[in-house]
Design a protein around this ligand. Structure first.
Ligand code: ANZ
Ligand code: ZN
Length: 829
């Protein structure tokens, strides 16, 4: 019987549709496994191969737990608010709801083809009013807790289109639509106080089973620095004393300060520049502003920490202000520069520069010929005749050239003593800064959750009462922004004008909408019961299902999405709404799928512009879902970027066909017990397979299955029914369609009735053999090794055992007879 991929896959998909597998059961005494995928944005392009890589990875682990008997929650949904739907609405006049629904239908069809154990009864769509009602409710809880506030904050503004732009719409500093240079415009915005959770967000990372890479990315983003604010001083043009507070993480290096640098847009610049230097400084500042606007793309959604890092690669330039600044530690006067590597909104926007011990300051000092006095011992750099260090040393050591502080350890006692001495004079205080900034939470857009607040002239800002939620999106005629920087909702008086819930007077609705992140910050709390009417979630579900056991998704979400979701959970925990404060116990980030591009001649990330996109629909049509699933897991370790090759699909196709033929061969399965050798082989396979899966190497688990198949065919093994199940169940996690068919045909059962195999360690133990180790044919020792071990494993060990004899000559040949002997042929010296 030949295996008919298309017919059999269709058969099982239809069957699963009618008889859903792995439906989450109500909270009970059974162990649970909550496996979460990062839900997709339903774009018009449909599912791509990267989605498959992620969803198959989560599915194989879900299937293991399912066969182990866990209560499974493996849901799927759509993160469906967002700009592309809105832009399509503007261009083609299609209501975003219509295009979103159409795209979701396509995604749903494609997701069914993955053959995953999704529980479709839990499907979520963030644009569904029954869902965003609770997105709004959560916002109100934050507002009531004082975590949401109004502020005038900058947006990207196109002065020609008269509209605010999302970061994606700013291309090389210009408006994507008309090319006009984008400006910054301050408008009224809502912001969430994520900064007040900076320490909690840092602390929680230590408790998570996440990769160090992602934890470090989060830590850097939060960017906690412990240092001091120290006051330098200068005289302005009028001769008045001006205080210049600087922020430093290295107060210990204060005796090495050779200049002070201030951000170009700092408000003190104007006062501090001398008349002679005014023109030069103005010119420099203008240039810096143009450059800064060019860099604006990283703004808004990105807490501004991103900027500080982008600064590292820039050339260090500056301009002298003509003014000198007094160092409070030694009363020396050093020049004040304006320099664009100093950011206005980090620390105090003014830096004490220590070229000997900071790389940026070093580069600057070399360029402008400023002293590089060494004040911390250590490093490799030498000192020239002027006392200048030849390369920066950023490490720690004993203080030198530091007056009374010489000999103290820089970063411990030295740092403390210097802060102390200055603090006594009121010139220093210890401070902690963060790169994390508050989260700008409003968008002047149509296709998002309306922010559920009401502005009343009498009562101020009043949240919409729970019983009036959701505040639904009204239909509009025009989706274009209004030209005033307000959202299109502001142009609908019927909707905007309302009554105040507190005093009943005339009032206006907030017209800003939430950013696309809002729906994905809490969706995992809704999945256990997405149909719940009276609340966002139930207590029982939270206690049982959460936190998520395994979260799988792309590394591109390593910072913002995960940070925002963690923030939401911590707030909801603090407000007593949920009993845990970290949402995702274990996180796995899969790598990207790369492919050769004819256009560039390179192996690159798949993209339309490079013409190297693989459409999963084409692959499933030609090869079926099982082969795509298995190939995408076989490509390589799941956390690495891997190259897609069509020939790989053919290899998997040959394997699955051989597997089918082998398992369905006549006389393959007997009613009697299998031979001991066959039992051993299968138990060994289960041992290898499960340990490889446990270490997140499904690619090698597939390899162990291939080795097993070769051995079964070569030895024409006769299996018992139990042994067959021990093979088919592991196979099923990659190829559930073929495995379901095999369960029916071979096991006369159902996949859902199979159990996850465990191995008997005694049977799985590797057989051992004793090698004779010979020198020129004479046995000189023996060696116990694993049966079937490779030459490369055996010979080096044999070598050490007979080293004494080998020393008397040079090896000219090694004869290796597997499982028997090693003979070293040597020539005496
Ligand atoms: C003197 C010094 C000496 C510094 C030294 C470093 C090494 P992190 O760790 O990232 O917080 N800095 C302070 N404010 C800045 C700003 N607005 N723009 C650019 N740089 C700024 O960085 C803190 C260090 O970055 C501070 O410590 C300061 O340089 C600089 F051997 O002060 B340091
Ligand atoms: Zn009122």
């Amino acid at each position: 019987m030949r295996y008919d991929v298309q017919a059999i896959e269709k058969k099982w998909q239809a069957y699963w549709e009618k008889h859903p597998q792995a439906l989450a059961a109500e909270p009970n005494s059974r162990k649970k496994f909550y496996c979460l995928d990062m839900f997709p944005y339903p774009s018009g392009a449909g599912l791509h191969i990267g989605h498959w890589r992620s969803y198959v990875l989560s599915d194989i682990y879900t299937r293991v737990k399912w066969l182990e008997g866990y209560n499974i929650l493996h849901p799927m949904g759509y993160d469906a608010f967002g700009l592309p739907a809105e832009n399509a609405a503007i261009k083609e006049g299609i209501h975003p709801r219509v295009s979103t629904e159409r795209n979701i239908a396509n995604f749903r069809r494609q997701l069914h083809e993955v053959g995953a154990l999704f529980d479709w009864s839990k499907e979520i769509n963030t644009t569904d009013p029954d869902y965003y009602k609770w997105t709004q409710w959560i916002f109100i809880q934050m507002f009531k807790a004082g975590l949401a506030y109004e502020a005038n904050l900058p947006i990207n503004w196109c002065p020609s289109c008269l509209t605010g732009l999302a970061n994606e719409e700013v291309v090389n500093g210009g408006c994507e639509r008309c090319g006009t240079q984008v400006e910054q415009k301050n408008i009224r915005q809502w912001a969430l106080k994520i900064t007040s959770y900076a320490d909690k967000l840092l602390e929680g990372l230590d408790r998570l089973d996440w990769s160090d890479k992602v934890k470090t990315m989060q830590k850097n983003w939060i960017g906690k620095s412990e240092g001091a604010r120290i006051t330098f001083s200068a005289l302005d043009r009028a001769g008045n004393k001006v205080e210049l507070p600087i922020f430093t993480t290295r107060p210990d290096t204060i005796f090495g300060v050779s200049y002070v640098a201030i951000a170009p847009d700092h408000e003190l610049v104007d006062r501090l520049v001398t008349a002679e230097r005014r023109d030069a400084v103005t010119e420099y500042c203008t240039q810096a502003r143009v450059e800064a606007e060019r860099q604006l793309e990283i703004q808004k959604d990105a807490p501004r920490g991103a900027n500080l890092r982008s600064v590292e690669e820039k050339e260090k330039t500056g301009v002298f202000t003509g003014t000198y600044v007094t160092n409070p530690a030694n009363h020396e006067k050093v020049p004040l520069y304006v320099a664009d590597y100093v950011l206005k909104d980090y620390g105090t926007g003014i830096v004490m520069a220590v070229p000997a011990h900071d790389e940026r300051d070093f580069a600057f000092a070399v360029r402008y010929d400023l002293p590089r006095l060494k004040v911390v011992l250590g490093g490799e750099g030498g000192v020239d005749s002027n006392g200048n260090l030849s390369q920066p040393y950023t490490g720690t050591g004993l203080l030198v050239n530091s007056g009374a502080f010489d000999g103290l350890d820089a970063q411990t006692t030295g740092k403390a003593a210097i802060i102390d001495a200055l603090a006594k004079k009121g010139l220093a205080e210890p401070v902690t800064t963060y790169k994390l900034r508050d989260w700008i939470f409003s968008r002047q857009r149509y296709w998002g959750e309306p922010i559920p607040l009401i502005h009343c002239a009498q009562c101020g800002i009043v949240p919409v009462p729970d019983n009036q939620l959701p505040v639904t999106l009204p239909d509009v005629e025009r989706y274009e922004p209004t030209g005033t920087g307000e959202s299109p909702l502001a142009g609908i008086p019927d909707w905007v004008n309302t009554t105040c819930p507190t005093c009943g007077g005339a009032a206006k609705r907030e017209t800003n909408t939430m950013p696309q992140w809002a729906g994905s910050c809490w969706y995992f709390l809704r999945y256990p019961n997405p149909h719940l009417k009276e609340s966002a979630w139930s207590k029982e579900d939270m206690a049982y299902w959460l936190p998520v056991d395994l979260y799988v998704g792309g590394i591109e979400h390593a910072i913002l999405h995960l940070l925002y979701a963690r923030f939401y959970v911590k707030v909801l925990f603090d407000l007593g709404h949920i009993p845990f404060d970290e949402p995702f116990t274990r996180l796995y980030n899969q790598g990207m799928v790369l492919k050769y591009s004819e256009k560039s001649g390179l192996v690159e990330k798949m993209s339309k512009s490079k013409g190297n996109v693989v459409n999963p629909d084409d692959i499933t049509k030609e090869y079926g879902s099982d082969i795509l699933r298995m190939y995408i897991m076989f490509m390589g370790p799941p956390d690495l970027d891997c190259e897609w090759q069509n020939s790989g699909l053919d290899g998997i196709k040959r394997f699955t066909n051989r597997f089918w033929d082998c398992m369905t061969a006549e006389n393959r399965i007997a009613t009697r017990d299998a031979d001991l050798a066959v039992q051993k082989r299968v138990h060994k396979f289960v041992r290898d397979f499960t340990t490889r899966m446990d270490s997140f190497k499904p690619n090698t688990a597939i390899a162990s299955m291939m080795e097993l198949l070769n051995d079964l065919i070569a030895s024409n093994a006769v299996l018992s029914r139990d042994l067959a199940e021990m093979i088919i169940a592991p196979f099923s996690i990659f190829a559930p369609h073929m495995a379901s068919e095999l369960a029916e045909v071979v096991l006369k059962s159902e996949l859902s009735a199979c159990t996850w195999p465990t191995y008997d360690p005694a049977l799985a133990a590797d057989d051992e053999v004793t090698y004779a180790i010979q020198i020129n044919g004479k046995t000189r020792g023996t060696l116990v090794a694993r049966k079937g071990a490779a030459q490369d494993d055996v010979v080096p060990e044999a070598n050490t055992i007979v080293a004494k004899w080998l020393a008397s000559g040079t090896i000219i040949k090694v004869v290796f007879v597997q499982d028997r002997m090693v003979n070293f042929v040597i020539k005496p010296v």
